[in-house]
Design a protein around this ligand. Structure first.
Ligand SMILES: [Zn+2]
Length: 377
C-alpha cells in the first residue's frame, strides 16, 4: 500500500514521512485510533515507505520489486501478528502463521480497511473470540532474530494488539525492550483501556483520528462511484469511519432496489396484470432467500407507514422524497378492511420462504391475493 491509497489523514502521513526522511523512525510505535480510521493502511504504507529504495518526498515508488512484494503483503521482511481462533481448517492451537494466506487475501480485498468482526467472519470462527497466543510471540521472536532478507529493516505489524494475552504480551515486551537491530514494531489498537500499561509505556503513541468527512466524501465518489449527494449523505453519518460509510452506501443501494422492485410489483397488482405477475415472480425466485424476505419486510414497512399517512402522521415518516411520495400514493389503498389481511399475507409468505417454500409460487400467490385486497374499501 502507498500513502496515496490511504483516505485522508494528511497530517499523520506527513509525520510518518518526516520520521523516515529525518532518520527518526521509532522502533516501537502504537497506532491508536477508532475503527475505520485507516490505521492498518497507514501502517502498511509506512512500512512500504521505510523499505522502498526509491521512495520520493511523498510516497514509496510503487513499482520496484520491494514495493511489489509489499503490495502483495508478501515481503520476507514484513511480519504480521493478528488475532485468530480455531476454525474448520485449524482445529487447535491457532496462531497467525497458520492464517497468513487468508489474512493477505482479506486485507487486499478490503484495501486495508478492516475490523475484527469482518475478519472473524472471513475466517469463519463462528462465535469464538480471536486472540494472540504466546505461540505468536514465540514465532515472531524467531523470525526477528534472523537477518533481514534485503539487509534493511524488518517490520512487524501487530494488528489489534489489545487481543494479546498476558503471557503473549510479556514475551513481546522483552522484544520491545531489547529489539533486534533495525526492527520496527507497528502496533495497531483501538481500545487503549484493554491494552496493557507496560505495552503502552514502551511504545511511541501515534494517535490516529477519525477521517474528516470531506475526505470520505471524495473517496466515496472515486472508489465507489457515488454521486456527490449520495457521498455527502453517507460521509455525514459515517463518524469518520470508512467502513460505516461503505456500509451506509450499500444499505441505501439495497433500499433503492427494494423500493423500485416493490413499486413495480404493486403496480402489477393494481393492474391485475396476471401474466406479468408470473414473470415478476419467476424473476424474484432468482434473488435468493434473504433478499426475498427483505422485499416482503420492506412491504410490511410500507403498509405500516400507510397507517401513519392515513392518520395524518406523515411527518414522522423519515424517507427520501421519492419513497415518501410513493408511500403517500399507496396509503389510500390500505384501510381498515384490508390492513390486517395484507400484513398477515406478507408475514405468512416470509414464514413460507424460511421453510424453503418455492418463491415463485409464494410470490404469485401473494400477488393474486393482493389484486383482490387492494380493491377492498
Ligand atoms: Zn518502491
Amino acid at each position: 500500500m502507498q500513502f496515496k491509497d490511504v483516505i485522508g489523514q494528511s497530517a499523520i502521513k506527513q509525520r510518518l514521512i518526516n520520521s523516515v526522511r529525518e532518520n527518526h523512525v521509532s522502533h516501537a510505535q502504537l497506532f491508536l485510533g477508532p475503527t475505520g480510521s485507516g490505521k492498518l493502511p497507514l501502517a502498511l504504507a509506512y512500512a512500504q515507505y521505510i523499505l522502498c529504495p526509491n521512495r520520493t518526498e511523498t510516497d514509496s515508488c510503487g513499482i520496484c520489486p520491494t514495493c511489489q512484494k509489499m503490495q502483495k503483503l508478501a515481503h520476507p521482511d514484513l511480519h504480521f501478528v493478528v488475532p485468530t481462533a480455531t476454525t474448520k481448517k485449524v482445529k487447535s492451537n491457532p496462531e497467525s502463521d497458520l492464517f497468513m494466506e487468508e489474512w493477505r487475501e482479506y486485507v487486499i480485498q478490503n484495501q486495508g480497511y478492516v475490523d475484527t468482526s469482518s475478519w472473524y467472519t472471513f475466517l469463519d470462527v463462528e462465535n469464538k473470540q480471536g486472540y494472540m497466543s504466546v505461540r505468536d510471540a514465540a514465532s515472531l521472536l524467531r523470525k526477528l532474530s534472523m537477518k533481514s532478507y534485503e539487509g534493511e529493516y524488518k517490520i512487524a505489524i501487530i494488528w489489534m494488539a489489545e487481543k494479546m494475552r498476558v503471557d503473549t504480551a510479556n514475551k513481546l515486551l522483552k522484544l520491545l525492550e531489547e529489539p533486534p537491530e533495525k526492527t520496527v514494531f507497528l502496533l495497531i489498537a483501538e481500545d487503549a483501556e484493554e491494552l496493557l500499561a507496560t505495552i503502552k509505556s514502551r511504545t511511541v503513541l501515534v494517535k490516529i483520528p477519525a477521517i474528516v468527512p470531506m475526505a470520505i466524501e471524495t473517496a466515496l465518489q472515486i472508489r465507489l462511484g457515488c454521486t456527490a449527494q449520495q457521498a455527502h449523505n453517507a460521509a455525514m453519518i459515517s463518524e469518520g469511519n470508512w467502513l460505516n460509510a461503505c456500509h451506509s452506501v450499500q444499505e441505501s443501494e439495497d433500499r433503492k432496489y427494494f423500493f423500485t422492485t416493490f413499486q413495480q410489483w404493486m403496480r402489477l397488482c393494481f393492474r391485475a396484470a396476471y401474466s406479468e405477475i408470473i414473470d415478476f415472480s419467476a424473476n424474484i425466485k432468482t434473488l435468493g432467500r434473504e433478499k426475498q424476505k427483505e422485499l416482503l419486510d420492506y412491504g410490511l414497512r410500507i403498509i405500516r407507514n400507510a397507517l401513519l399517512f392515513n392518520n395524518n402522521l406523515a411527518e414522522i415518516v423519515m424517507l427520501p422524497d421519492d419513497e415518501k411520495k410513493f408511500n403517500a400514493n399507496f396509503a389510500p389503498f390500505v384501510n381498515a378492511a384490508n390492513l390486517a389481511q395484507i400484513a398477515d399475507l406478507f408475514e405468512e409468505a416470509i414464514r413460507q420462504i424460511e421453510r424453503n417454500g418455492n418463491a415463485q409460487i409464494i410470490f404469485t400467490d401473494v400477488s393474486f391475493k393482493m389484486v383482490g385486497l387492494l380493491k377492498k374499501k
